[in-house]
Design a protein around this ligand. Structure first.
Ligand code: ADP
Ligand code: MG
Length: 617
């Protein structure tokens, strides 16, 4: 029996729309890309609420010919690609011919467009993919597209939308990336009637960054550059002291396209190895230019990822650019009598810094020539710790390190411990009789208990106890109000995540309030958390909540883990005897078997094992 039929084109469009148009931000991204491809010098994006009811993008680009307007909305209709050979050398942002068709299939669109020099323009309305009217129209040169009632005919998709605030922040960060990608285009973003961004379009990266971020971000940036035959990199990277608690200010552009890439991220961060403690991330605005043949842009429906022919080449390009820039700062710090001036570089350009007294950033070629290709290790080892980070003790649990551990109080294997059994003491009911012998390495409590010597990882133990407390439904946070609120800059999307989850945060002891678009003011924090840990803790919480909606139990656990880790007493700091005793007693009465990351909390050497080691048996 015949079972296979070709899909109705409308259904096919809906399916494709699912890939291209996930949320209002994806609509804005596609429309902005079209305007940029149309050669516009000025683009305006307007948005109401979260963009589900109203998005308007206006440009002064090349417009669409009357005979083409309907065709533009057909699937796989594009003016940017003719034959397969064109795929090898795509110079435009769009090329798949899918966006307009996809957007039109899930919304109500009005298009007004006029080619420069034409007497008359044309207007077209289209609803759920069906054209409902085309007529000549008087309108300015360029194109205006209004998208209303996004997803009105796909209720399932609507359910996945986050709050208006979250959707609108996602749009804002899309516009920001697009604006940053093209300093030569003036982009305005008007949200609910208010002008949010307005880039000058004067082709200067520095003025573009200023207009989007204000003063603070550029103040921590220095110019970075590198090039070889295949790839050139230019832009700005942050000084180590301007590192942040998350990666939301890492911006990479490949041939003018905002790109997310682990390779690029890793290359940037590698340049800061030994300069930043873990949990702190560099920021950047880096433009990578590569020959068409060394990048494949056709690997992702939303075109946010690319494939490099040689990952190593781009890795090196970004790595050396960043390394050259921060090595320049270090050298400056060493010669300068006023170390503060070293960090002033950056925007607006190196010129100011140079005038300020000898700041120079070392570019990759120069760097190679000075240090030689083989001596990076040395160069890095020599690098002095940044001011203020010198005595930083890294105590975060290695969450990535997973040992094979069975649940509960069972027996576990840990590499390198063939001799000894690791397990947690069983609860014996009453108060355990034990003797604290002392503390080793400021990290391990050494206890004699039940004929064995026990080692207790004090950080892990405390973390576990705290984690379990947080998980209890009757948990009441001990919160400390801050006299001066801590302002955490987190990037728009993270800010809305935090505000959307304000109640959950409150239940954990954090009071957060909105503080402009890209910051929150923290008015109170859990009593056990240090002020310095507030921003990293919030960043981790944001990371856990990334996927929107009501947090799942797993997401809540991740948040609890982050807080417990920050609140726990640190390894490397000595504790007083009472603290050690209290912890030991709680652990030995069975309260903590493993740390929340799954690492063991206790380690036992039995008397028999000791005796065997001394050949006493
Ligand atoms: P693609 O951008 O991949 O070609 P789209 O569906 O986004 O596909 O757009 C289809 C075509 O419509 C484009 O190739 C272009 O010719 C035309 N177009 C879309 N938006 C604009 C615009 N703002 N100005 C001029 N032409 C446009
Ligand atoms: Mg397009």
């Amino acid at each position: 029996m015949k079972k296979i039929f070709e899909l109705d084109p409308h259904v096919a469009d809906l399916i494709a729309a699912g890939e291209v148009v996930e949320r209002p931000a994806s609509v804005v991204k596609e429309l902005l890309e079209n305007s940029i491809d149309a050669g516009a010098g000025v683009i305006t994006v307007e948005l109401q609420a979260g963009g589900l009811t109203f998005i308007r993008v206006t440009d002064n680009g090349c417009g669409i010919a009357p005979e083409d307007v309907k065709i533009a909305f057909l699937r796989h209709a594009t003016s940017k690609l003719r034959g397969a050979e064109g795929l090898e050398a795509i110079g435009t942002l769009g090329f798949r011919g899918e966006a307009l068709a996809a957007i039109a299939s899930v919304s109500r669109i009005e298009l007004l467009t006029r080619e420069p020099g034409s007497q008359e323009g044309v207007s077209l309305s289209i609803e759920a993919g069906i054209v409902s009217g085309v007529s000549p129209a008087g309108c300015p040169e360029g194109t205006t597209i209004i998208v209303r009632d996004l997803f009105f005919n796909t209720p399932a998709r609507l359910k996945f939308m986050k709050s208006d605030r979250a959707e609108s922040s996602a749009v804002a960060s899309t516009v920001l990336r697009c604006a940053l990608s093209r300093p030569d285009v003036s982009i305005r973003f008007i949200r609910d009637g208010k002008m949010e961004y307005h880039t000058p379009g004067d082709s200067r990266v520095d003025s573009c960054i200023y207009s989007l971020f204000g003063r603070e971000f550029p103040a921590g940036l220095v110019p970075a550059e590198s090039s070889d035959e295949a790839i050139s990199v230019s832009g700005f990277v942050s000084t180590p002291s301007a590192a942040r608690g998350n990666r939301s200010y890492q911006f990479f552009f490949v041939n003018g396209r905002p790109i997310q890439s682990r390779t690029l991220q890793a290359a940037l961060e590698q340049a800061y190895a030994n300069t930043l403690p873990s949990g702190r991330y560099p920021s950047c605005v880096l433009y990578i230019t590569a020959g068409f043949s060394s990048v494949d842009v056709n690997v992702h429906p939303a075109k946010t990822e690319v494939k490099f022919v040689s990952d190593k080449q781009v890795f090196d390009g970004v790595y050396y650019a960043a390394l050259g820039a921060i090595t320049g700062i270090r050298e400056q710090a060493e010669v300068s009598t006023n170390p503060a001036s070293a960090a002033v570089g950056g925007v607006p350009g190196a010129s100011r810094a140079t005038r300020g007294g000898g700041f120079r950033s070392m570019y990759a070629d120069e760097f190679r020539a000075t240090y030689g290709a083989g001596s990076f290790r040395e160069a890095r080892v020599e690098r002095k710790a940044e001011r203020g980070l010198g005595d930083y003790t890294e105590v975060r649990d290695a969450a990535g390190v997973q040992l094979a551990i069975h649940d509960g109080a069972g027996i576990a294997d840990a590499p390198g411990n063939s001799q000894h059994i690791i397990h947690s003491p069983r609860s014996s009911g009453g108060f355990p009789e034990f003797r604290v012998i002392g503390e080793a390495m400021n990290a391990y409590i050494v206890v004699e208990y039940h004929g064995s010597v026990w080692f207790i990882d004090k950080h892990a133990a405390h973390e576990r106890i705290h984690f379990d407390a947080l998980r209890r439904s009757d948990f009441v946070p001990m919160s400390q109000a801050l006299i001066t609120p801590v302002v955490c800059r987190q990037g728009q999307e993270d800010v809305s995540t935090l505000l959307d989850n304000a109640e959950l945060l409150e239940s954990l002891g954090f009071t957060v309030e909105s503080f402009g678009d890209d910051a929150v003011a923290v008015r109170s924090i859990p009593a056990e958390i240090r002020i310095a840990d507030v921003e990293p803790a919030l960043s981790e919480i944001c990371a856990a909540l990334k996927h929107g909606g009501t947090p799942t139990p797993a997401q809540r656990d991740e948040i609890f883990r982050a807080i417990a880790c920050k609140a726990a007493i640190k390894a490397g700091k000595s504790s007083d005897t009472r603290e050690l005793e209290t912890l030991a007693s709680r652990v030995l009465s069975g309260e903590a078997a493993q740390c929340p990351h799954g690492r063991p909390v206790t380690f036992e050497i039995t008397k028999a094992a000791l005796d065997r080691s001394f050949k006493r048996t």
